[in-house]
Design a protein around this ligand. Structure first.
Ligand code: PAP
Length: 327
């Protein structure tokens, strides 16, 4: 009984908190975005972010894949999963990535801790090590145990133009959106104002960018465009950053090649497991594999939209040293 009333009190407090927060509809809103700890948090994961902060205990050998949504998370999850699990799955013919979607293999604490969190905290602590997680939570809102422990974070960033297009194509296909849909122009305006799930996108990027400069052994900062252009070079950086020991040089090159082949866009998109079925009744798996290209924004944005987003990007990232390849 005491537990039930404790839970009721927690639920009431949570409800009061959510009611007190500024809210907006926006891309990635299920159903609303709330301004929580300085970022636009989808309403269904506020509780999860709080539980993540309060109850998650990072281990020094944990690995986190971090990203702003639609920046290359699925690809980075697959690559990191393959690297971290090399000792268990060095056979690429029977690899878990051939029969499971990367989102089924690597989960988000902020999503899973929003429900039955006591059970979930226990099952997270019992996971086999090294544990691999992903997160969309901005650096400034990550639990202290993640930022202060020796666990590693690999962040993937993408040019804001392609993020917008990829988000628009993805979120308008979501099954959970219960609000009247935003028009394309409204969604763009909100995006330009940073009102998008886990946004503003510039703060998200800059948080991890600054941390990767201050503590390069803690945060590895990757760009989708660079990863596309020279996958081998950046996968080798990941291997090194994660401290994976692949003893013989020839063997290591072959392993890296196999990992890259396994995670290639065309290969993953074509797998039966990624062509049908859903993730958490929230979206179809095939929606995570659209075009996988750099510069598709050119087919979507009008000249005035390009001008506006270019100005915002320049203004927000100015002086940071962070820039993007656009084509
Ligand atoms: P998420 O944040 O919802 O998980 P995320 O994986 O970050 O999405 O982004 C999806 C984008 O990555 C899609 O881009 P597009 O809309 O411009 O096509 C998707 O196609 C692309 N993507 C998914 N898997 C891969 C891959 N293996 N290689 C390259 N790009 C990929």
């Amino acid at each position: 009984m005491a537990l039930a009333s404790d839970q009721q009190e927690v639920n009431e407090k949570h409800h009061e908190l959510v009611l007190s927060l500024p809210k907006e509809s926006g891309l990635g809103a299920v159903p609303y975005l709330h301004l929580f700890q300085g970022f636009w948090c989808p309403s269904h994961c506020i509780q999860g972010v709080e539980n993540f902060q309060k109850h998650f205990h990072a281990k020094d050998n944990d690995v986190f894949v971090a990203s702003f949504p639609k920046s290359g998370t699925t690809w980075l999850k697959a690559l990191t999963f393959a690297i971290v699990n090399l000792p268990s799955f060095s056979s690429f013919e029977h690899h878990p990535l051939l029969t499971s979607n990367p989102h089924e293999l690597v989960s988000y604490p902020e999503f899973i801790l929003s429900r039955d969190f006591h059970d979930q905290v226990l099952s997270l602590s019992n996971m086999s090590e090294p544990r691999l997680f992903s997160t969309h939570v901005p650096f400034s809102s990550l639990p202290e145990s993640v930022t202060k422990s020796n666990c590693k974070i690999i962040y993937i960033c993408r040019n804001p133009f392609d993020i917008f297009v990829s988000s628009w194509e993805f979120f308008t296909k979501l099954k959970l959106v219960s609000l009247p849909a935003l028009t394309y122009e409204e969604a763009f305006e909100k995006y330009c104002n940073g009102i998008v799930g886990f946004g503003p996108w510039w703060s998200h990027m800059l948080g991890f960018w600054k941390e990767s400069i201050a503590t390069p052994n803690k945060v590895l900062f990757l760009k989708y465009e660079d990863l596309k252009e020279d996958t081998e070079f950046h996968v080798k950086r990941m291997v090194e950053f994660l401290g994976c020991t692949i003893t013989q040089r020839e063997e290591s090159t072959e392993m890296v090649e196999n990992i890259i082949k396994l995670c290639r866009f065309e290969k993953m998109k074509d797998l039966e497991v990624n062509k049908s079925g859903e993730i958490d009744k929230f979206t179809e798996k095939k929606n995570f594999f659209r075009k996988g290209k750099i510069g598709d924004w050119i087919n979507y944005l009008s000249p005035s939209m390009i001008e506006k987003l270019s100005k915002i990007t320049e203004e927000k990232l100015s002086g940071s040293g962070l820039s993007f390849k656009m084509h």
